[in-house]
Design a protein around this ligand. Structure first.
Ligand SMILES: Nc1ncnc2c1ncn2[C@@H]1O[C@H](COP(=O)(O)O)[C@@H](OP(=O)(O)O)[C@H]1O
Ligand SMILES: [Mg+2]
Length: 296
């Protein structure tokens, strides 16, 4: 059945399976380690990336895939197509937007962050850890998965979405969000990073690690914005969050409001920072532009 399903849905379905499996693998590394030291981090990162990229490239050989670790992939992957793709019936049965129906594997770039929230992982703040798989075409993010393995005391969840189709797996705040709550980095706090948050006059700042985790706060309606005025994030950090936010009606751009391009590129750094919101995006970009135009 699935061979008639558009490629993009099959890749998205496989990404869901793989993100969950990578999350389990990260949990296994945590359980087997005596302490959350840097060795565990390297092992978890590499195993997670190995799993995701070897499976995707086995079943979709013409996809263009780029992972954070950029490691050599061994092609000893035994996962069958059935185990990888056909298990997510809800994804395969999703109505594919017309503009993506005829995409071929070669038209698709997949950006993989096998373990986002490194510092959170090594320091035991495990809710901040996510696995990010973003799907782009012609430089634009179109679909993605954020897997949060330690959501709800280790139950885990998959948040996924596709532009013009919708978003699944959110844990929406039922209360109206008062004030202006801004999520910002915990471990990368330069003067400019702090300044950009302050310029936007927050009533509360949530300092927490991981790009995926902070975008989840925005998607869940627990923060109004995520602001990171630094060149530290990379295309594998932002692609999946960008696609899912857009699918939910929000926006992710650089801090000046410019869209990020996800073409396969040697320069993988998002030089001019990240701004993610569900509403009032231009209000934030205008403020930041006025004060920080020349500082990034
Ligand atoms: N100034 C900086 N230097 C290096 N990496 C940065 C950075 N700012 C952000 N990042 C990267 O962006 C992601 C989110 O950062 P933060 O946790 O500070 O919000 C992290 O991804 P990883 O955890 O996958 O390495 C981190 O490496
Ligand atoms: Mg990352």
């Amino acid at each position: 059945m699935s061979q008639q399903v558009p490629v993009i849905l099959r890749v998205l379905s496989a990404s869901l399976t793989l993100a969950s499996r990578a999350g389990q693998l990260i949990k296994d590394v945590v359980k087997s380690g005596t302490s959350l030291d840097i060795i565990d981090k390297v092992e978890a990162d590499r195993e997670s990336e190995q799993l995701i990229i070897s499976s995707l490239s086995k079943h979709f050989p013409h996809l263009q895939i780029r992972g954070e670790e950029n490691i050599q992939i061994h092609t000893t992957n035994n996962t069958t197509f059935e185990e990888l793709v056909n298990v997510n019936k809800d994804v395969l049965q999703t109505k594919c937007p017309n503009e993506f129906k005829n995409l071929e594997e070669k038209d698709i770039v997949v950006w993989v962050d096998p373990l986002d929230g490194t510092r959170e992982f090594t320091e035991g703040r495990l809710e901040g850890v996510t696995v990010l798989i973003g799907i782009a075409t012609q430089g634009n993010p179109v679909a993605g998965v954020i897997h949060q393995p330690y959501f709800n005391s280790g139950e885990g969840r998959n948040v996924w979405g596709m532009i013009n189709s919708g978003v699944h797996g959110l844990n929406k705040n039922q209360q109206p969000l008062l004030g202006r709550i801004i999520a910002g980095s915990l471990s990368h706090r330069s003067k400019t990073v702090m300044e950009a948050v302050k310029i936007c006059e927050p009533t509360e700042v949530i300092q927490i690690g991981g790009c995926g985790c902070k975008v989840l706060l925005v998607l869940d309606g627990k923060a109004h914005a995520y602001i990171h005025a630094s060149k530290g994030c990379s295309l594998w950090d932002t692609c999946a969050p960008d696609a899912i936010l857009r699918a939910a009606g929000g926006r992710l751009t650089d801090v000046f409001g410019k869209d990020i391009s996800y073409d396969l590129n040697d320069n993988t750094s998002v030089q001019t920072g990240v701004l993610a919101t569900m509403n009032d995006h231009d209000w934030y970009t205008q403020r930041i532009r006025e004060k920080l135009q020349n500082q990034l």
